[in-house]
Design a protein around this ligand. Structure first.
Ligand SMILES: C[S@@+](CC[C@H](N)C(=O)[O-])C[C@H]1O[C@@H](n2cnc3c(N)ncnc32)[C@H](O)[C@@H]1O
Length: 278
């Protein structure tokens, strides 16, 4: 897991590439206008304004994160948002949500529940508890990428390293993997389960901001897997991710790559909150 500071830096950089896919994912939920939702694991608040816009006019989004540092950044950027009066923040854990049962109309968690340590079923149950009957629980998770056009074997080998399969490890039971999210939603008693993938296509010509974002994503996705790669592959990887190299992959004139986010969603059954609490 990257440390908090590098996570915040990375989130800020990649927002320019991923925002259209996140907006499409949010739109697909058709969140009720004027509703009150939770962004669980809101990070630096990248999705808070997008969620607030989706439920306008009116409505409110509460951002929860365990990191005081991320929340401070989120609060500062919310101050400059046109929806600042419709957002609030709370420090806490998605493993022990500090909210009353049925406090929200819906809950959203992006790259948090499912990719952080802890039992995802228990976390989804927590989200279901704080959402009113009939409301949606949605998990958005980075699900795949092809970012090294022309280097299929290198990319396949990188995907097989420990960074490549993160946050999973080779000791995880299959049910713990985020691609099994529908099972978590089902275990938590949710209905109307669905999954949908949103693609971010990235192609030349790219602005410098986009190239920097892409380089940061490549760094984030595979890190420094030298010990896990054949030496030839490691040398190639170092060469093509070096922005000063003539072979820099993000600077190539015909660059094309993509990454995906998958949205897993379910609906809290129409039972009373009291009934669900027992
Ligand atoms: C990869 S970031 C995603 C942030 C945001 N959802 C986004 O997509 O931009 C994961 C966030 O989850 C937060 N986090 C990790 N464990 C948590 C927990 N147990 N409870 C609440 N937040 C947590 C981290 O502090 C971080 O801000």
């Amino acid at each position: 897991m990257p440390d908090t500071t590098s996570t915040a830096r990375l989130l800020r950089i990649v927002d320019c590439l991923r925002e259209p896919a996140v907006v499409s994912a949010i739109d697909s939920l058709r969140l009720p206008k004027g509703s009150h939702g939770l962004d669980a694991g809101c990070g630096i608040g990248s999705h808070m304004g997008l969620l607030a816009r989706a439920i306008a006019p009116g409505g409110h989004v509460t951002g929860l994160d365990s990191s005081a540092e991320h929340l401070a950044i989120a609060i500062e950027s919310a101050r400059h948002s046109e929806a600042s009066d419709r957002m609030s923040f709370r420090q806490g854990s998605v493993g022990a949500l500090p909210f009353e049962s049925g406090a929200f109309d819906w809950a959203w968690s992006a790259d948090c529940v499912g990719s952080i340590p802890g039992d995802p079923v228990q976390m989804v149950e927590g989200l279901a508890r704080v959402v009113k009957p009939g409301g949606i629980v949605a998990l958005l998770l980075w699900s795949s990428q092809r970012l090294l056009p022309g280097y299929p074997l290198l990319e396949a080998r990188l995907d097989g390293t420990s960074a490549g399969i993160a946050p999973a490890t080779d000791r995880w039971p299959p049910e713990r993997h985020f691609l099994r999210s529908l099972g978590w939603l089902s275990h938590a008693g949710l209905g109307e389960l669905a999954a949908r993938t949103f693609v971010v296509d990235v192609h030349a010509p790219l602005s410098e901001d986009q190239r920097a974002a892409l380089a940061a994503i490549i760094e984030m996705r595979w890190g420094n897997p030298n010990a896990e790669l054949p030496s030839d592959d490691w040398a190639t990887f170092e060469r093509i991710r070096d922005r000063a190299s003539p072979d820099s992959i993000v600077d190539c004139a015909d660059y094309f790559g993509f990454f995906t986010y998958t949205l897993f969603r379910g609906r809290v059954p129409m039972r009373s909150v009291t009934e669900r609490a027992h």
